[in-house]
Write a protein that binds this ligand. Structure first.
Ligand code: HEM
Length: 223
């Protein structure tokens, strides 16, 4: 049985993570004033005019719509309380999430990776991230259909960790502004660290050797 302080700590961490995600989603949505209509003097779109109106614009608008949707749905879908109270909604939103990632977010991220800021190192990271995110959601969906719910839960948790790379990379970007650290290698490095480090931490936490004497394994997933 988890003790009180462990439960409180878990709730606190979950609350703080949700707040951070909410903040990043709101700030991301606010930045859309620079994207609709596109402002090529603004940070992200600067210098992209030459290829924007070809295939990039489609991928870009699909991506900036799908990104926040998948993050918010991810928070809702990982909530044990929501799943146990509204199992039907969990299934409906889960399907929307899987389709949104497989058909919109991952392919658009893959396409945009070709023109990643700072070049190929970041580009390759985004390619791997797109493939990994698509794979996690596909394997998670298959496990749910096969009613292997513990496996389903783990793949979807991995998928969410990967989605949160969008939050981590923005936090890292914020830190570089605050610390005035400005080197050309920072963005490519952040693009890799933003998903590999959280994924490694998640895998370590899932490992049987992880000290979890007092930590409750998450509520077993029910059909
Ligand atoms: C996990 C899969 C994801 C992949 C592979 C991915 C990939 C990319 C790529 C390649 C870019 C262009 C970066 C550049 O040119 O340097 C980008 C930009 C962007 N992504 Fe994602 N992304 C993912 C998830 C998300 C999520 C969950 C959000 C939700 C907030 C999001 C929101 C955005 C936005 C708004 C931009 C435009 C740039 C900005 O305003 O920061 N992405 N993404």
């Amino acid at each position: 049985m988890p003790n009180l302080s462990t439960v409180t700590l878990r709730r606190l961490l979950t609350g703080l993570t949700c707040l951070l995600i909410a903040k990043v989603v709101v700030l991301t949505l606010i930045s859309y004033r620079d994207y609709i209509p596109p402002d090529f003097h603004a940070d992200f779109l600067f210098g992209r005019e030459s290829y924007f109106y070809h295939s990039y614009a489609w991928a870009f608008y699909v991506h900036i719509f799908a990104g926040p949707v998948t993050l918010v749905l991810g928070v809702i879908l990982l909530s044990n309380r929501f799943r146990l109270r509204f199992p039907r909604w969990h299934r409906i939103l889960g399907r929307i999430q899987a389709l949104c990632i497989l058909f919109f977010l991952a392919p658009s991220g893959l396409w945009m990776a070709r023109w990643a800021m700072t070049g190929a190192v970041a580009g390759v990271s985004f390619v791997m991230l797109s493939i990994a995110t698509g794979l996690c959601v596909a394997l998670g969906w298959r496990a749910a259909v096969q009613r292997r719910f513990a496996v389903h839960q783990r793949w979807m948790q991995r998928c969410f960790v990967l989605l949160c790379s969008a939050v981590v990379i923005r936090v890292m970007g914020g830190l570089t502004i605050v610390t005035a650290a400005d080197a050309p290698w920072i963005y490519p490095l952040s693009s890799w660290l933003s998903w590999t480090v959280p994924l490694l931490i998640y895998e370590a936490w899932q490992h049987p050797g992880w000290p979890r004497k007092n930590v409750a394994a998450s509520t077993p997933h029910q059909p």
